[in-house]
Structure formats: structure tokens, C-alpha cells
Write a protein that binds this ligand. Structure first.
Ligand SMILES: *Cc1c(COP(=O)(O)O)cnc(C)c1O
Length: 390
């Protein structure tokens, strides 16, 4: 019997999603239509945040979030090394210097202890960062209570990279509520929890940031009378007030996103079920399952199994290859950003963030998505058991 390939992640697009997109395709507005506002309102309402700005990607959203925070030449921004490169690149686009804070060995998120120590040193040396970009790795919120307190004490803006985390909560507040951050960014790339094809969003409770984000998304242009610097020539008038971009989402993407938000509860429920099931099935095997803080109730974008050296008889690479032979796709999240050649050319070196580097040697993201069946999950776990015993 040949089994179908099991990828590590896959979107779920149903007939409602398809019908919604087709309706927009036959409407007058393929972009800048009414569904952008609706999608923004639906996500803001779901998360309990005042404002939301849909963008062409989370990368674009992170970029304009950094600009809205005033990040520029002579500044620095700190993020986790255990993330996708976009979390660090976004500040480089603004001319800021990137730096990293090592991860916590349990949550694989930015370590509070490492952050506290690094902030103390930076304060003495007069080089505090302007922006902190914690990442909610695998969907589990970073330690925002502590991060937020540090940020307030030092006048730092917090941009939560919650690309993995929509649908989860932290200390009883939805991710994206910005209870402990200035802005939150989501990604709607197909591997993430909900998708719009490509797409991202910035959420904030601050009106000043919201106004800037909206302008930066579309060339720095405004048509609102209250922002115009000069008397308008006529009703067609608009003014470019700053240097913005075309980071808009299309209406086609927005309707897909909107249709997916309506399914988010069932998506998250299934992900949580599969994560608990993996945890139970791995009990007693020489592997490490994910730790979850009491404060967090994650929607779980990733299920990361750790194959610790000295505990697991099989290396991460051998496991990756053996599973691929059995028709199972896995992935590695993440190659530490500071080890990328581009970042090495900026002066970063191996050994600077040892927890992230050790973790990287041992981590493997297993298949986790809404349509993964119990039988497919059993096949994944049985295959891992077999490989560990071989
Ligand atoms: C996916 C991802 C991004 C980038 O998202 P895009 O929508 O593809 O631009 C940024 N940060 C993290 C942590 C991600 O996982």
C-alpha cells in the first residue's frame, strides 16, 4: 500500500473559501475593495485590538511597523535568533542595526534572563535598542509580561512577531490584543494558521501608529483633509507626506483571509488536539516534546520534537532523512539567523547565542495541520519509534 506524502504543513481551503474568492473575482474590485476593511475588522475584533492594517506579507507588515516605531539609522533592534530571517531583516530595511537575545531552553523563545542582562549592559554603554521584536515561536507567546515591563522602563517599542500565533492567548488575553506590546504582526502565508495566499497584518491600539501604518502601506499618501499640508486643488487631491511603499493586500487575498478567520476556532481546536496527542504518543520515547508555560495557551503553528544528543540514539539529520524515505515531510525551525552568511558579514559569529545553536542541532518540526488525520499522525509516530529502535 502506498501512502500519500505527508507534508510538515499545509493549508486547508474548503468550498466556502473558494466561493468567496470567486465572488470577488467577479466583482469590480480585485484590489482596494471592501473586503480589506472587513478582514481587518474581523481580525481586530477576534484579537481584541483597536486597529488592524492588512499588508501584502508579514515581512511588509514588520517593515512598516519598524518605520512607524521611528526606527532608523543609528538605532538598533533586537530579536530572537530562533526565527525566520524576516524578524531581523525588517529593522535592517530601516537602516537600524540588528542584534539578538539568546533563547530560553524550555520555550525556545527570547530568554527573559538573557534580555535583562543584555539590557543592563546596553544601558551602561548607552546603546539601548529602540525596538524589541519578540517572536511567538511555534505559536507560544514570548514572556511579554516581563518584556513589556523592561520595554516601559527603558522607553523601547515592542513589536510582537506573532506570525505563528494567531488564535492563541497569553495570560487570558488573545494574541494580538497588544495588552503587552505596541504592535503585533501576523502572517497569512499558507503554512501558517490561517492563510490569504500571501499576506500579513499589523495590529495596534495606538491611533498615532495606526495612521502611520496606513500611509506607509500605500506610498506615504493620504487623502484625509486633516493631514493635508496644503490647500487641496480639488476633490482629486492627495498628498505624499513620507516615503511609503505598495504593501497593499488585494481584495482577493482579503476575502480568502476573511473566510479563513471564520474557521479559526476549528483550526485551533484541531491543532491543540493533535499536539496533545503527539505528546501522549511520545511518552517514554528518548525524545523531548514541547514545553508550554502556564501563562500561554498556544494555537500551535509548529510541533517541534527535540532529539537531544546523549538521549536520542538518532541524530536530527538521520531522522529527517529516514522520515522522508517513509513519505513524511519534516522541517527545521530555525537555522539561527545570526549564522546566515549575510549576518556573519555584519559581524555575527557561531557561539554568540549558544542555546539557539544547540537547539538548532536537535530540533525537527513534525507534520501539524488541520487536515492531518489521526491515522496519518499514528504513521508519523510509529515511523519515529521504528527509526529510534533501528
Ligand atoms: C512566516 C514568518 C514571517 C514572514 O511572513 P511572510 O508573510 O511570509 O512575509 C516572519 N516571521 C516569522 C516568525 C515567520 O514565521
Amino acid at each position: 500500500m502506498s501512502k500519500r506524502w505527508i507534508p510538515y504543513a499545509r493549508q486547508s481551503v474548503n468550498l466556502d473559501d473558494v466561493d468567496a474568492v470567486v465572488r470577488v473575482l467577479q466583482s469590480p474590485n480585485l484590489t482596494q475593495g471592501p473586503n480589506i476593511d472587513e478582514f481587518e475588522r474581523a481580525v481586530a475584533e477576534f484579537c481584541g485590538s483597536k486597529y488592524a492594517v492588512a499588508c501584502s506579507s508579514a515581512t511588509a507588515a514588520l517593515h512598516i511597523a519598524c518605520l512607524a516605531a521611528g526606527l532608523g539609522e543609528g538605532d538598533s533592534h533586537w530579536t530572537s535568533p530562533n526565527t525566520f530571517v524576516a524578524s531581523a531583516n525588517c529593522g535592517l530595511y530601516c537602516g537600524s542595526q540588528a542584534d539578538f537575545v539568546d533563547i530560553d531552553p524550555h520555550t525556545y523563545n527570547m530568554s527573559v534572563a538573557a534580555l535583562a542582562a543584555k539590557l543592563d549592559r546596553a544601558k551602561t554603554e548607552g546603546r539601548l535598542p529602540k525596538v524589541l521584536i519578540p517572536v511567538d515561536f511555534a505559536g507560544q507567546s514570548a514572556s511579554y509580561r516581563e518584556i513589556h515591563a523592561f520595554a516601559r522602563a527603558h522607553g523601547i517599542t515592542v513589536i510582537a512577531d506573532a506570525s505563528h500565533a494567531i488564535g492563541g492567548s497569553y495570560l487570558g488575553k488573545r494574541v494580538g490584543s497588544n495588552a503587552f506590546s505596541d504592535m503585533t504582526v501576523f502572517s497569512f502565508h499558507p503554512v501558517k494558521i490561517i492563510t490569504s495566499g500571501e499576506g500579513g497584518m499589523v495590529l495596534t491600539n495606538r491611533e498615532d501608529l495606526y495612521e502611520k501604518l496606513v500611509r506607509l502601506r500605500s506610498h506615504g499618501i493620504t487623502r484625509e483633509n486633516r493631514f493635508l499640508r496644503f490647500e487641496p486643488d480639488g476633490p482629486w487631491s492627495y498628498e505624499q507626506l513620507e516615503l511609503g511603499f505598495n504593501y497593499r493586500m488585494t481584495d482577493l487575498q482579503a476575502i480568502l483571509g476573511l473566510s479563513q478567520v471564520r474557521r479559526i476556532d476549528e483550526f485551533v481546536k484541531r491543532r491543540k488536539y493533535l499536539v496533545e496527542r503527539y505528546n501522549a504518543l511520545f511518552a517514554g520515547m528518548p525524545v523531548r516534546t514541547p514545553d508550554c508555560m502556564d501563562e500561554a495557551d498556544p494555537a500551535w503553528h509548529l510541533y517541534v520534537l527535540r532529539l537531544p544528543s546523549g538521549v536520542s540514539p538518532v541524530s536530527r539529520k538521520d531522522m529527517y532523512l529516514a522520515l522522508r524515505e517513509r513519505g513524511i515531510g519534516t522541517n527545521v525551525h530555525y537555522i539561527p539567523v545570526h549564522l546566515q552568511p549575510y549576518y556573519r558579514d555584519l559581524g555575527f559569529q557561531p557561539g554568540q547565542f549558544p542555546e539557539a545553536e544547540t537547539y538548532y542541532q536537535e530540533c525537527l518540526s513534525l507534520p501539524l495541520y488541520f487536515e492531518l488525520t489521526d491515522a496519518e499522525q499514528d504513521h508519523v509516530v510509529d515511523s519515529i519509534r521504528e527509526v529510534l529502535r533501528a
